[in-house]
Design a protein around this ligand. Structure first.
Ligand SMILES: *Cc1c(COP(=O)(O)O)cnc(C)c1O
Length: 419
């Protein structure tokens, strides 16, 4: 459920008319609903109670500091995968002890940053990383709380580019080797084992792969305790999918996910951590764009819009589907369109043969479910400025990231004196 609905024939974000935002900030832009973000975060906290738990929002899905502040103020922790994201979490006022650090390539500098300002735990993904962290922490006279991210060799049955839990993926430590690496961790200075971590992929539409992975984590936890480790925390990663279109079967709800977590792991008396990204942010955002031209091609009609693959890359990168709706409700006849952007690549195609009520140049459209992996994956390809982000709460809206001027963009380059 989200808070983007038609009122008086115009699409609104909560109580704000999107045509009003378009007039104020220009197109294209992203717009997020505070009510939807809040609702989705609370679905998870409710689904996991009464187990002790911490929901850590996966910043990589939507990293604007205003959004992080909104979620952080509700009690959310943050899952970061770079020093940059760590800094965003701090800038949003989230204390270090609510930040978990994931990712296969943490640098020593990033480790020092997190140990200096505070960290809930590092999710360590390899033996070399564990050794580096031990060196860094002990040199600082600090102790790094860690989990090891185990790779359970479970097929998440999602897009190959976002499946992370098979043995051929780069992520985690093979679960069969985990006990040996935990034994090593226990001997290392500057390291304190606190739990186990697993994350098997993104946009999962079935609970079965999660359950298979969590059962393996439960078995491992008992073994590790027998080996003498104190396992008090289980980080279950993110990955719960969202409905990208209303016609498909809906993915499992957080309540079903929570019930499954309790069933498979509840008896272990651990604090449960989860790292949802997409389920909190995905349906909390739209990308709003204006039609520039309607071009008749050979047997097809191109709807050329002012958003492009550099603004929202998911369709061209993953073949992803985003529902497209008119901002002004229309009863015009439907027509099939190839919806494309201005970038000079055939891959700059949002949809092929999409039936939409007839549109004219100047009309506004909205790409739904664009809150996650939208703005964060944008680039300035074709020297198209990063587009603004707008946050709506009730009847208020604010630009939470400005569109940069061309001057700012050009000034980042410099011409060497010898040229
Ligand atoms: C990407 C990622 C997440 C979030 O995944 P979603 O599918 O957006 O929920 C959580 N944890 C880790 C380690 C990730 O890499």
């Amino acid at each position: 459920m989200d808070h983007f609905i038609y009122k008086d024939g115009k699409l609104h974000a909560e109580d704000v008319d999107l045509t009003e935002i378009a007039r104020a900030v220009g197109t294209p832009f992203y717009v997020y609903s505070a009510a939807t973000l809040t609702r989705h975060y609370k679905l998870f906290t409710e689904a996991l109670s009464p187990l002790p738990h911490q929901v850590c929002f996966a910043i990589k899905s939507l990293s604007n500091i205003a959004v992080l502040k909104l979620l952080g103020d509700l009690g959310a922790g943050m899952d970061v995968v770079s020093g940059g994201e760590y800094r965003r979490a701090l800038a949003a006022g989230v204390p270090g002890d609510r930040i978990v650090f994931s990712g296969v390539g943490k640098t020593r500098e990033e480790m020092r940053l997190a140990l200096t300002h505070g960290i809930r735990q590092f999710n360590v993904e390899s033996e070399p990383e564990l050794l580096a962290l031990s060196e860094v922490a002990s040199a600082m006279g600090a102790t790094a709380p860690i989990t090891l991210r185990v790779n359970p060799d479970v097929d998440a049955k999602t897009h190959e580019k976002i499946a992370t839990g098979k043995s051929e993926n780069k992520f985690g430590i093979p679960i069969a080797k985990a006990r040996a690496v935990y034994a090593l961790a226990a001997t290392l200075p500057g390291i304190k084992v606190v739990g186990v971590d697993v994350h098997i992929g993104s946009q999962l539409t079935d609970l079965a792969p999660f359950e298979a992975a969590f059962q393996k984590v439960a078995e491992l936890t008992l073994q590790l305790r027998e080996d003498g480790h104190e396992i008090t925390r289980l980080d279950l990663g993110g990955g719960l999918g969202i409905p990208y279109t209303r016609s498909n079967e809906a993915p499992p709800l957080p309540t079903d996910y929570g019930a499954m977590v309790k069933r498979t792991l509840g008896h272990l008396n651990c604090e449960i951590e989860i790292e949802p990204g997409r389920l909190i942010s995905g349906n909390s955002g739209l990308l709003v764009s204006e039609v520039i031209y309607v071009k008749e091609g050979e047997g097809r009609t191109f709807l050329i819009v002012d958003a492009a693959m550099n603004d929202l890359v998911r369709p061209s990168m993953y073949g992803a589907h985003h529902d497209i709706v008119p901002v002004i409700e229309s009863t015009a006849d439907r027509q099939d369109y190839d919806v494309v952007g201005p970038v000079c690549e055939t891959g700059d195609t949002f949809a092929k043969g999409r039936a939409l009520a007839r549109l004219e140049p100047g009309d506004l459209i909205a790409f739904r479910s664009a809150g996650a992996y939208g703005a964060v994956m944008a680039s300035e390809y074709n020297t198209r400025p990063l587009i603004p982000e707008v946050l709506v709460m009730g009847d208020q809206f604010a630009v939470i990231r400005q569109r940069p001027s061309f001057e700012e963009i050009l000034n980042r380059d410099s011409i060497p004196s010898w040229l």
